[in-house]
Design a protein. Structure first.
Length: 106
């Protein structure tokens, strides 16, 4: 995979993550700051480190499965591993400016 292909795939990953929503919050998981890491190796294996707004989030399974299904549909991605992490603990300062505006924090 060339560096251009790698970059294009990473951009597509971010684009797809922006279509995944917590059903209780009208902002995507990427803009919420729930994605801590995106690692794409040259063989097309994708590893995502993500968290939740709360450890006991009732929609956790739905969010993770939605992200996995959408990410696996990207041409060039061979496998997706989503690691759920809680360090550092998520807080509203991790949200994008747009997310803060949407949720009334600005």
């Amino acid at each position: 995979m060339t560096s251009e292909q790698h970059l294009a795939l990473e951009e597509k990953v971010v684009e797809i993550l922006r279509t995944v929503f917590d059903p209780e919050i009208p902002v995507d998981i990427y803009s919420l700051g729930l994605i801590y890491g995106i690692d794409l190796d040259d063989s097309g294996d994708l590893s995502i480190d993500m968290t939740l707004t709360a450890p006991n989030c009732p929609a956790a399974d739905f969010i993770i499965e939605d992200a996995r299904i959408k990410l696996e549909s990207i041409e060039g991605i061979n496998g997706v591993n989503i690691n759920l992490v809680f360090e550092p603990e998520w807080n509203k300062d991790m949200m994008s400016e747009e997310a803060k505006l949407e949720l009334g924090f600005l």
